[in-house]
Write a new protein. Sequence first.
Length: 307
Amino acid sequence: MAEARLPGGMPPASRDLAGYRGRPPDPQWPGGARVALSLVVNVEEGAELAIGSGDERNESGPETGQLVQGAPDFCMETHFAYGSRVALWRVLDVLDAYGAKATFSSCARAVAVTPALAAEPAARGHEVSAHGWRWEMHAGMDEATERAVIAQTVATLAEHAGTRPVGWHTKSAPSVNTRRLLLEEGGFLYDSDVYDDDLPRLVPGAAGRPHVILPYAFDTNDMRFRPGQGFVFAEDFSRYCIAAFDRLMQEGGRMMSVGLHLRTIGRPGRIAGLEQLLEHVAKAGDAVWVARRADIARHWMARFGQG
């Protein structure tokens, strides 16, 4: 066969590239909303890889673009520390001003070092979800280590947030075992380790209960403020996110994720981008449901979980 001469193989049958095939289900969002908007605040300060924290290396993508090897990188560490020292409070106050509830996707080592990173968002009614122990991808992580990472992440966040996390999101790529280990742990309702849709979906879970997959996004995300990634001014962030929001509102029956990072959007020259987005969203009234990811997952489960 001619195919035998082609390099590589074929994507595995388990990889669904077709999705809803142009016929997405009607989510029937609460209140007749056309869009469910999920604001995700990533909490990573103190969880970044750092020789000064006893890690094997420094974070390979520092804010400065200059990688320090073999010695503590105090420049990188203090860039991260801005998020926990200053930006946490600025971001929380902006969310409060617009009555917007978010999901704080939290690295547990960051919370162990600075408990307010979980305790304060939880006290203000936000969700505290799991973003791993350290801020690192899990691809290639051995199973025993990953199981221990998940267990310690749950325990630490539960201690400081007052309730255990029900959601998980891996930095970058999960391992081949991540979702199975989350299901075996038994307390997770959803994970966000996909970037391939504008709606959630269900996969088989533990004990006959489905597991919810909530897609995340790297485009409607303040990570694009990094040099060369496209955002410079606060208005760059808000214009892009507003354009995505308006398109999804036009289509209806969609979910939108906005990714935020304390040390990034929380800078004084960028925070207006979040305010501009929330001001625009507020004008949509009941046509938008600004919700924590756990609430979106519970709604999806109630709507579609019985088959």
